[in-house]
Design a protein around this ligand. Structure first.
Ligand SMILES: C[S@@+](CC[C@H](N)C(=O)[O-])C[C@H]1O[C@@H](n2cnc3c(N)ncnc32)[C@H](O)[C@@H]1O
Length: 211
């Protein structure tokens, strides 16, 4: 993943953003050993998710793409005792790691980890979700968007990671960049949604379902 923002500014943002919990720090640090470590959202995007969860007073969150559990646990920590995060992951090994971390957290009981393909998991997810975070295979973002949007409550937030794809969405010439560019364009003209793309990390799409 290529820096979109000047690295010194990135460092400044990192340094002046709220510190995450010790367990989240441990997950981030342990995940550095993983060959796809760059997939982890990390502190700054994590704190953005935390803020969004708190602003919409989310009690029901659905995440596509759990990996080692960093973002799911970040959101669970921000939720009330009766909050629920349903997260899904196709890779059994990382799902196992994530579940181990959840069991170490006092907020872990809020997280329901579903192992399987997102398309199958979405069908069983309840309606009236307060926040949906899409962070899995990028080629399928549009189909995930279409499948989960009816399950988002009015006033709820749909958040999608990596929507700038290292800047490649400007001249998309690979399948991921094309899919993300199509999604960004689609959300902008969707009469049910209003949106903003934030240049956080690799680009974060934040769209609200209009009340
Ligand atoms: C970018 S990572 C998620 C990072 C995570 N949100 C975090 O903060 O650490 C994407 C994850 O989606 C998973 N994934 C890819 N395709 C999937 C699919 N079709 N269904 C469910 N999970 C999928 C990958 O195995 C990977 O662990």
């Amino acid at each position: 993943m290529k820096d979109i923002i000047n690295p010194q500014i990135e460092q400044y943002i990192e340094k002046h953003t709220r510190q995450e919990s010790p367990l989240l720090r441990q997950i981030a640090s342990d995940t550095q050993e993983h060959p796809n470590a760059q997939m982890l959202t990390g502190k700054v995007e994590g704190q953005l998710l935390r803020m969004l969860v708190k602003l919409v007073r989310a009690k029901r969150v659905f995440e596509i793409g759990c990996f080692t559990g960093y973002s799911a646990l970040t959101m669970a920590e921000a939720m009330p005792h009766d909050g629920e995060v349903i997260t899904c992951e196709i890779d059994e090994q990382v799902a196992h790691d994530a579940q181990n971390y959840f069991s170490l957290s006092p907020h872990g009981y809020k997280i329901k980890l579903r192992i399987g393909h997102a398309t199958d998991v979405i069908r069983a997810v309840p309606n009236d979700l307060d926040l949906i975070f899409i962070d899995a295979d990028k080629e399928n973002v549009l189909s995930y968007y279409n499948a989960v949007k009816p399950k988002l409550r009015k006033g709820g937030l749909l958040v999608v990671d990596n929507v700038l794809w290292s800047g490649k969405v400007i001249h998309p010439n690979d399948s991921e960049a094309m899919a993300l560019d199509t999604l960004n364009k689609r959300i902008m003209v969707d009469p049910q949604m209003e949106n903003i793309i934030l240049p956080v990390r690799d680009g974060v799409q934040v769209a609200m379902k209009k009340p």
